[in-house]
Design a binder for this molecule. Structure first.
Ligand code: ATP
Length: 367
């Protein structure tokens, strides 16, 4: 089931008297979530991710705009008539009910022609439990399960009615690092097996990039970019998206273009087909090549060997930040007695942004 958001806007009344006007949590969103895909909604805290999810589920009503499931306008429908499965950060399981009873619960409320026999409900609950590999714990209470197991029960409960759309709001936040990794792979597997269109909200860019077919990046209620994770990483539309994706983060320098050369300070670091102007230069950590004849010079501060890679830490006066972080293969020879490290740059790892609009400048070569 594809999901279409059309000029979707949600305003909340502002309770802060010092600030005038409403809070615009979601500002004129228009995009389509393709059928059967897993979409990661991504952005910093307060950017409107949960509100977007709540507008899709029907828990919130939009101030304006529409939500379509397939060709059907569901904007006026309450959550229970939309056929959505919801999973939140706090698993919200009933502590006094067993795993089986928790999973069966949504089926017990079905009425009329949808009403199921007790046997049919049990069979569906077992099927959902098997899908999330929790079927051996059916008679336990939530308090007798680990956090990861509880979250799987919550997912089974959301899946038991075979929703048209599965909505997950920070479902992994309460889990430790190892369980997070394991559970996110589980979610990916379950999503692939069921083919249910899924929207996954997180502020963790690595999490979103690792499991999503596509990511949507948001900032202050405003849609920034949608695309395959690698495409958004390789071709960010603006400086915000470039900075938001990637660990370590992209290195951003003040720069300028003169006569077809990109300068950072007095170093002409690359040839570019851009008219003369002031720019921001973003260089991904993996875009640096240690090269004693390289044009880009930084003050060497140290290196950190991290197994396969080495992190070179340096400084540059034009950097918008404290230290330049570059990642190079661990067999790279680096003379740490020297004060300066010279780099040449991989052009496709260098992004150039307009100084004022902060939009990425697409070079003729790329276009
Ligand atoms: P987080 O990652 O911290 O959960 P989020 O990206 O999910 O954040 P939302 O919860 O959607 O962000 O909130 C978006 C904006 O709308 C925030 O500025 C928030 O304070 C505001 N907001 C959300 N719900 C309400 C409400 N019921 N009343 C007033 N303002 C609200």
């Amino acid at each position: 089931m594809k999901v279409v958001l059309e000029h979707l806007t949600k305003k909340f009344p502002n309770r802060n008297k010092k600030i005038k006007g409403d809070v615009i949590a979601v500002n004129d969103f228009t995009f389509e979530i393709p059928d059967g895909k897993l979409i990661g909604l991504l952005g910093p805290s307060g950017c409107g991710k949960s509100t977007t999810l709540n507008l899709i589920s029907g828990l919130e009503k939009p101030t304006s705009g529409k939500v379509y499931f397939g060709e059907d306008d569901v904007t006026g429908l309450p959550p229970e008539h939309r056929g959505v499965g919801l999973v939140f950060q706090n698993y919200a399981l009933y502590p006094h009910l067993t795993v089986r009873q928790n999973i069966v619960f949504p089926l017990e409320n079905l009425k009329g022609k949808d009403k199921l026999s007790k046997e049919a409900m049990e069979a569906k609950a077992l099927e959902a439990a098997k899908l999330v590999q929790i079927d051996e714990y059916m008679e336990r209470k939530p308090g007798e399960l680990s956090g990861g197991q509880q979250q799987r029960v919550a997912i089974a409960r959301a899946l038991v009615k075979m929703p048209k759309v599965l909505l997950l709001d920070e479902p992994l936040s309460n889990l430790d690092a190892r369980l997070r990794l394991q559970t996110r792979e589980e979610i990916r597997r379950i999503q692939k097996e069921t083919g249910i269109t899924t929207v996954f909200v997180t502020h963790d860019q690595e999490e979103a990039m690792s499991i999503s077919d596509m990511i949507v990046v948001m900032k202050d209620g405003i849609f920034q970019q949608m695309g395959k994770p690698q495409d958004v990483y390789d071709k960010p539309v603006n400086l915000f998206v470039a900075k938001f994706l990637g660990t370590p983060a992209i290195n951003v320098f003040k720069g300028f273009v003169r006569s077809g050369k990109l300068y950072i300070g007095s170093d002409a670091v690359l040839d570019v087909d851009i008219p003369d102007k002031e720019v921001w230069v973003g260089i991904r950590p993996e875009g640096f090549i240690v090269d004693e004849n390289g044009p880009f010079k930084c003050k060497l501060k140290g290196i950190e060997v991290m197994g396969r890679d080495t992190s070179v830490i340096s400084e540059n006066e034009e950097l918008d930040g404290v230290t330049v972080r570059s990642i190079v293969p661990s067999d790279t020879a680096i003379d740490t007695t020297k004060e300066t490290v010279s780099f040449s740059l991989k052009p496709y790892k260098v992004h150039i942004f307009d100084k004022t609009t902060e939009e990425r400048i697409v070079t003729d070569a790329e276009a």
